[in-house]
Each structure stands twice: as structure tokens, then as C-alpha cells.
Design a protein around this ligand. Structure first.
Ligand code: FAD
Length: 469
């Protein structure tokens, strides 16, 4: 049975759209199918971490993301209608030469998705709306996905990017292990509201019996606010305009009529859970289908986008460049360990045990211990194989400009590049910035150093492992 597409991506959330973009720019025949009739309309995952901004730079959407959003405002604590103090949500960080994006950038999720979808279309990619995957079967050659409308599609590989309740994950029989982070339900809503300035994230601490916190954040680039409120265990938040008005009036100095519109609302119980496997044969799990987090650490969407970014080049290498299929095993190895660490972090931020800061920016994530990482130097410098390749200017070339695109890059810093390598990878030569140290650094398409050495010994063999021969 021949395949209709090389890669079928189920779900047009941030994960599916990112993967669609990465595969489209690699010339891989991919299709995104989405159950809903349109893109998701809510603001929920609104904080883009610095590492995600770097990914978006590479994918060609950074300018649009910057234009659509803004920085986070300072938190303002209210009590009985009075401002009683400012509260910084995270430790400030200045941009540096090696990390040009410093603080989280706020863009409502619906807007991020619109930008990703527009980029996908620009690259010739496709989303088909109104198609719900209901079943998955596979054999040695491919995957057959069945849809609610009775249709069937055959693909060489499929990716479950269908969110926390993933139908594909269920169809594969992959379990999800985790815990409820908080037994009290939360309400998240996009509202129009009068009587609050847009220069602050307004925080209303609990005042009395049965009440809990409420926070109202102006959403950058829109006239909306994102309202988040926690409810006592066993209660059910009222998502109607009337319900939100009552909530706001009860927990703040505002009048019910100050809430003029509820544009989107949802309720959820924060959970932290990890899929028992990120792969079953030719089907991969990515994003919320593979891990669900508390929103507190602002990690869910970011980790999801980075799953897609890790998987995209590996699928491209196997499908287009003839890389050994074993390369695909490294997706689960690298991303499941990462998601497990992120789950711990999000839960700890949710419980107030960790502040948002260095770790939540996701710049320190690395794959040093992964099987795809080869550090061949006896005495590595500050940047080692497995680390994120920092930005820098080398002989007048900005590295993030050199990395942009689907290729591999060899940095020859303070040392000579081996002969002939420029045919398979882009080469940048120059003096070594102190924060890199001298050496040869082979940078993967997703911006991590895959291999590092003093000389080119072993480089050719490594390149063959990843389909660059
Ligand atoms: C209430 C709430 C608040 C959140 N707040 C934050 C936050 O502050 N910061 C943060 O980083 N993250 C936050 N998150 C998490 C963030 O929104 C998710 O991590 C992110 O949306 C994951 O993207 P995804 O593409 O993997 O999944 P989703 O965004 O869930 O997308 C999955 C897509 O698949 C589609 N789909 C589902 N089933 C099928 C099917 N059978 N066939 C076809 N299509 C299907 C869905 O319609 C959807 O479009 C929040 C999540 C929730 C629920």
C-alpha cells in the first residue's frame, strides 16, 4: 500500500504547526490534520521563553512574533481596592551576546498559532481542518490513520500532536503516568474589562472564606486581559459572562459590569504527567500528547515547540537524506528526559518552591549525556558537545544568522576546519569567543552541538550517522 504522505501530523496546535513548518522547509511531504474547524481561539500559553524565541528565529517567524507581543508587565498586588505593592513574576535578565532574547515574550497562544499557520502556508504546507483522527494501525512500511468522517490516510510516519487527551496516544495504548498538581480547578478566560490599567499584571490575593486568588493580565498586542482564577476543590467554575462577572466582583474592587465581554473561557485541573513512551513504531508523540504540565512555569507550549523542533530534522534526515532509521530513536531519548525535568520544574513553580528565572528560560537545556552527542576533546572548554550553541559574532558573522535554515553548521573556532567538509555543512571560521573556547563544533539543525573535537578525526563518521554524507 503506497503512502499518501510521508508524515501525517495529527493536531494543528503549536506542536503540529511547528513540525509542519520544519518539515515543509526540508521539502518533506507532510500534512497537518485538525479536528476543529479553525485554529484554537484562546490565549492560554502566552509566555514564550527565550529558547523558544531562538527556535522561532530559525523558523523565520521571529519578526512577526515580536511585532505581535510585548514584555510582561510588573505584577501589582491589590487589597480592598488599593494597590499594596509590586511583585516581579520572574528575575530580570539582560540580553547578552550569547543569549540575545532575555525575558519571556508575551503573545497570546491564538496569535502565535496564527503566525505559525501563516508561515506554514508560506512554505507550501497544509492544514486540513475538520478531520478527527479516531484510529491508528501500523505495519512495517507505514501507518494508517482513520478519521471520524470514515476517511483513511496512509503515511510513512505519523505524529500525535493532538494535545493532552491525545486520541492517537490512546489508540496506541501508551499510558500516561503522573499526578494532579492541584485538586482545585482553575479558570482561564480572555476578557474585556474596564477599570484596570494595562501597565500591570493585577493580582488579587485571597481575602476570606472559600475564596482563592485571581490574576488579570493585559494581553500584549490586544485589548484583552487573561483572567486566571483558582477555585476550591470540588467546585465547578462558571464560564459564562454572568459567572465571570460575579467572580470578578467577589474577588476585587471592580463592579460586575466592568467585565464587558468574555471572548474565550475554559477550566482545567493542573496535572503533571508524562507518556510512558514517546514512540510506538512509526508513530511519535509530541507536545501535550506526550507531557502535560502545570501552566505555572510557562513551560508547556515551549517544551512542545521544542519537541517538534527536535523531531523535524531527524524525520527530514531519514526521509530525505538517507540517514539510518536509528536516528529516530534519539527523539524519545532526548525529549522524554527533558520533559521529565520540565514537569518537575513546572510543579515546583506551581507550588511556590521555585521562582521563574534561569531554569524556566530553557537556555541551559542540554543533551550532553545523549547517545547522539560526541565530545572527542580530552579537555572541553565552556561549550561542550550536547550544549545549546550560543549566539556570538565570529569574524563579522552572527552565528544565529549562520545557523538559520535546515542545515548543519561547523564552527572552526581558533582552529582549522578539515578539508572538504564545506560540501555537506556550512562552515564558519574565526577566533574563538571566550564563552565558547577553541575547537571544532558541529551544530545540529536544532541548534545543539552534536559533535566537538580538536581535529576533524571522527567527524566524517559522525556525519554519516546523521545522513550528511
Ligand atoms: C487552560 C490551560 C492553560 C495553559 N497555560 C499555559 C501557559 O501559561 N504557558 C504555557 O507554556 N503553556 C500553557 N498551557 C499549555 C499549552 O497551552 C500547551 O502546552 C500547548 O497548547 C501544547 O500544544 P500542542 O500543540 O501539543 O497541543 P494543543 O494546543 O492541545 O493542540 C492539539 C490540537 O490537536 C487537535 N486535536 C485533538 N484531538 C484531535 C484528533 N483526534 N484529531 C485531529 N486533531 C485533534 C486539537 O483540536 C488541537 O488543535 C496551558 C494549557 C491549558 C489547557
Amino acid at each position: 500500500m503506497t503512502a499518501d504522505v510521508d508524515v501525517l501530523i495529527v493536531g494543528a496546535g503549536p506542536t503540529g504547526l511547528t513540525l509542519g513548518i520544519d518539515l515543509a522547509r526540508r521539502g518533506v511531504d507532510a500534512l497537518v490534520v485538525e479536528r476543529a474547524a479553525a485554529l484554537f481561539p484562546g490565549s492560554r500559553g502566552k509566555g514564550l521563553q527565550p529558547r523558544t524565541m531562538e527556535v522561532f528565529d530559525d523558523l523565520g517567524v521571529l519578526d512577526a512574533i515580536r511585532a505581535a507581543g510585548g514584555t510582561y508587565p510588573a505584577g501589582m498586588i491589590w487589597q480592598d481596592g488599593r494597590r499594596v505593592g509590586e511583585h516581579r513574576m520572574f528575575d530580570p535578565a539582560e540580553p547578552t551576546e550569547d543569549s540575545p532574547y532575555n525575558e519571556p515574550w508575551m503573545v497570546p497562544q491564538w496569535r502565535t498559532q496564527e503566525i505559525l499557520a501563516a508561515r506554514l502556508e508560506e512554505l507550501g504546507g497544509r492544514v486540513v481542518f475538520g478531520r478527527e483522527a479516531v484510529g491508528v494501525e501500523q505495519d512495517g512500511d507505514g501507518v494508517t490513520v482513520r478519521f471520524g468522517d470514515g476517511g483513511v490516510l496512509r503515511a510513512r510516519y505519523a505524529v500525535a500532536a493532538d494535545g493532552g487527551r491525545s486520541a492517537v496516544r490512546h489508540a496506541l495504548g501508551i499510558g500516561m503516568t503522573g499526578e494532579t498538581v492541584d485538586p482545585g480547578p482553575m479558570l482561564v478566560a480572555d476578557v474585556r474589562i474596564t477599570g484596570l490599567d494595562r501597565d500591570n499584571w493585577h493580582v488579587f490575593p485571597p481575602r476570606g472564606d472559600g475564596e482563592d486568588f485571581m490574576a488579570i493580565c493585559p494581553l500584549a498586542g490586544t485589548e484583552d486581559f487573561q483572567l486566571v482564577a483558582r477555585f476550591p476543590e470540588g467546585s465547578t467554575p462558571d464560564l459564562t459572562l454572568d459567572g465571570v462577572r460575579k467572580l470578578v466582583a467577589a474577588r476585587s474592587h471592580l463592579a460586575p459590569e466592568d467585565v464587558t465581554e468574555v471572548r474565550w473561557a475554559s477550566d482545567f485541573r493542573p496535572r503533571a504527567a508524562l507518556a510512558d513512551a514517546f514512540r510506538a513504531g512509526r508513530v511519535f508523540l509530541a507536545g501535550d500528547a506526550a507531557h502535560v504540565h502545570s501552566p505555572a512555569g510557562g513551560q508547556g507550549l515551549n517544551t512542545s515547540v521544542q519537541d517538534a523542533y527536535n523531531l523535524g530534522w531527524k524525520l527530514g534526515a531519514v526521509l530525505r537524506d538517507g540517514a539510518p532509521a536509528a536516528l529516530l530513536d534519539t527523539y524519545e531519548e532526548e525529549r522524554r528526559a527533558n520533559a521529565a525535568a520540565m514537569l518537575g520544574l513546572s510543579t515546583s513553580v506551581h507550588r511556590g518552591e521555585t521562582r521563574r528565572g534561569e531554569a524556566t528560560r530553557q537556555l541551559g537545556l542540554h543533551y550532553r549525556d545523549a547517545s547522539l552527542t560526541e565530545e572527542t576533546r580530552a579537555e572541553p572548554g565552556p561549550v561542550r558537545a550536547g550544549d545549546r550553541a550560543p549566539d556570538a559574532t565570529v569574524d563579522g558573522v552572527r552565528l544565529f544568522d549562520a545557523f538559520r535554515g535546515p542545515h548543519w553548521t561547523l564552527l572552526a573556532l581558533g582552529t582549522r576546519a578539515p578539508e572538504g567538509v564545506a560540501e555537506t555543512v556550512r562552515v564558519v571560521r574565526g577566533a574563538a569567543p571566550a564563552f565558547y573556547g577553541a575547537g571544532l563544533f558541529l551544530v545540529r539543525p536544532d541548534g545543539y552541538v552534536g559533535w566537538a573535537g580538536e581535529t576533524g578525526a571522527g567527524l566524517t563518521e559522525y556525519l554519516a550517522r546523521v545522513g550528511r554524507h
